[in-house]
Structures are given as C-alpha cells and as structure tokens.
Design a protein around this ligand. Structure first.
Ligand code: FAD
Ligand code: FES
Length: 273
C-alpha cells in the first residue's frame, strides 16, 4: 500500500457535477487492479479531516507502456467532492492505495455484463479493459477472458451520463437508461437489462436499491452476480468498522468490512435490508 502526495496532471469535467482527475503516482498505478479503490484527501486542511474512497477508473501508461498515473471519476455530493474540482492541474492530492480487493474472478464466459446506476460506472472501465485483454493490471500481461462486455448504465437524466465515450472507445457495448427518458430507454436500468433477456455473469455497482433489484434478476436467471458496494468509509484500512455489510454465513450472518473484504461481494451472500 502506498500513501503519498500525488501531482494532479489533468482535471476535466465529464458531465454535470462529474469530473475526472488524473494523478501522477507510478507505484500505485503499477500495483492497482480493477475493483480496488484509493482514499483521496485534500492536503493542508483538516476540513474534511478524513480521506474519501474512490474506485480506480483507469490507469494511464507512458510511451513505453509503463503505468504512471491513475484516473478517478467523481460526482460532487458533499464537503470533499465540492472542493475537489478546485484542485487544478499542477496542485496535489494525498492518495492512499491500492485498497480493498479486486473484483471476484468471473472465469472465461462468452459475455460479461456490468450494471451501473448513478456514479456506479466508475469501477467498470478498467475491468472492461482487463476482461477484453487490452490492458494488464498489477504487473500482469494483458489476457483476454471474454469476447463481449456490455455496460447497462442508468442515470437520472442525460446531463449526468459520464464517460460513455470512454466505454465505447474501450470496445464496450453500452446500453443506456434514464429516469426521465432524456437518454437511452426510459425507466430503471435493471428493467432494461431484464427486457433484453438472460446474460452471463453480472457485475453491479450503484445505489443499494438498484443492486438489490439486480440480485433478484441474477437469482431468477441463476447466473453469478457480484456487486461493488459504495458504503461510506472513515479509515479505508479495516480499523474503524464504519463500512460494514451483512453477509450470510453457515451460522446465520456476520458483518464484513467493505474496505477489507470487498468492495465487491457475491450478491447471493449479502443480506439485503
Ligand atoms: C469503494 C468505494 C468506491 C467509490 N468510488 C467512487 C467513485 O469512483 N466516484 C464517486 O463519485 N464516488 C465514489 N464513492 C463514493 C464517494 O466515496 C462519496 O461520494 C464521497 O465519500 C463523498 O464525500 P463528500 O465529502 O463529498 O461527501 P460528504 O460530505 O461526506 O457526504 C455528503 C452526503 O453524501 C452522503 N454520502 C457520502 N458518502 C456516501 C456513500 N458512499 N454512499 C451514499 N451516500 C454517501 C452523506 O451521507 C451525505 O449526505 C465510492 C465509495 C466507496 C466506498
Ligand atoms: S472504513 Fe474503517 S474499517 Fe472499513
């Protein structure tokens, strides 16, 4: 795990209240894998005191193919993310990672389907590249694991859809849904998924009601489904227990720390409220 001050190389707006920040941190970029996350903290301030968790969006390679930067895509929701756009290129951020575990192994199916709601698309770009064999992570050489990756991506309205071009460029089949019908199909993204019929393994990230609906679709189709949880976190490294999720065990259920045991969990093992 690396904890360092990283220079902001680029900071661009992708959509309404949504930005991508590129951080120069070669050791972290070389080690991190899809599904893992970093804690970002504003330097030189105690307000907010604690860092905030953000998924790996992508790694950036130099001309020789060596990972040198990581990209994070974030939605402005509160104290820290409201200040983050002010950290322009040339300034720096404190970054700690890689944290958590990579996505669970999906095997080598013909197709893998991601289902994202809100800002839940962020962990999927790197995972798509890994599964399609166009990028290796954590020191591994690229290895193709599937022929097709689909992203079902639901947003409230068109102006919030962020990074769709990045997914297209990575060779991902993108299916959009919106609450108001301003982009893609009107309705919930899980309804769009269900209307297209049974797929192979599912991977979800987004608001809990969406993940619960996805878990029900996966159970009905009897296909493997993992979900990446975005539980609020204080420490990110297993100390505070602020991030727990209920997981079934042979004796009933137990709390698991999302920062250490996740953030991805088998949807069939989670206890949904
Ligand atoms: C593993 C992981 C990966 C994440 N990846 C991303 C990412 O790639 N991009 C991104 O934009 N966000 C991501 N998040 C969510 C992100 O951490 C929060 O949006 C961020 O902490 C908000 O910080 P803030 O200081 O701006 O908001 P705060 O001031 O701390 O909170 C503002 C409001 O948002 C609520 N809130 C804060 N965090 C969450 C949360 N996680 N879920 C639901 N409500 C919350 C608070 O209760 C409050 O109402 C991720 C979370 C986790 C756990
Ligand atoms: S955030 Fe502290 S234990 Fe997970």
């Amino acid at each position: 795990m690396f904890h360092r001050t990283a220079r902001v190389i680029e900071h661009v707006r992708l959509a309404e209240r949504t930005h991508r920040v590129r951080l120069e941190c070669p050791e972290l970029a070389a080690a991190i894998r899809p599904g893992q996350f970093v804690m970002l903290r504003l330097p030189g301030t105690t307000d907010p005191l604690l860092g905030r968790p953000f998924a790996l969006y992508d790694t950036v390679l130099d001309a020789s193919g060596t990972p040198v930067c990581i990209d994070v895509v974030y939605l402005v929701v509160g104290k820290m993310t409201a200040r983050l756009p002010g950290v322009e290129a040339g300034k720096s951020l404190e970054v700690c990672g890689p944290l958590g575990k990579p996505f669970l192994d999906v095997g080598t199916p013909e197709r893998v389907t991601f289902v994202a709601g809100g800002i839940g698309q962020t962990p999927f770009l790197a995972f798509a590249r890994e599964l399609l064999g166009t990028r290796g992570f954590g020191g591994d050489a690229p290895r193709k694991r599937t022929e097709k990756v689909s992203l079902y991506y639901g947003v409230r309205t068109a102006s919030l859809a962020a990074g769709v071009e990045d997914f297209h460029a990575a060779g991902v089949d993108v299916q959009l849904a919106s609450d108001d019908g301003s982009i893609g199909t009107k309705g919930f993204v899980t309804q769009l998924l269900a209307s297209h019929g049974k797929t192979g393994p599912l991977v979800g990230c987004g608001p809990e009601p969406m993940l619960h609906a996805l878990a029900k679709v996966a159970a009905a189709w009897q296909v493997p489904c993992q979900v990446s949880l975005e539980t609020p976190m204080a420490c990110g490294v297993g100390i505070c227990f602020s991030c727990v999720a209920k997981v079934t065990t042979p004796d009933g259920w137990d709390y698991k720390r999302v920062c250490m045991d996740g953030p991805a969990f088998d949807a069939a093992q989670l206890v949904w409220n």
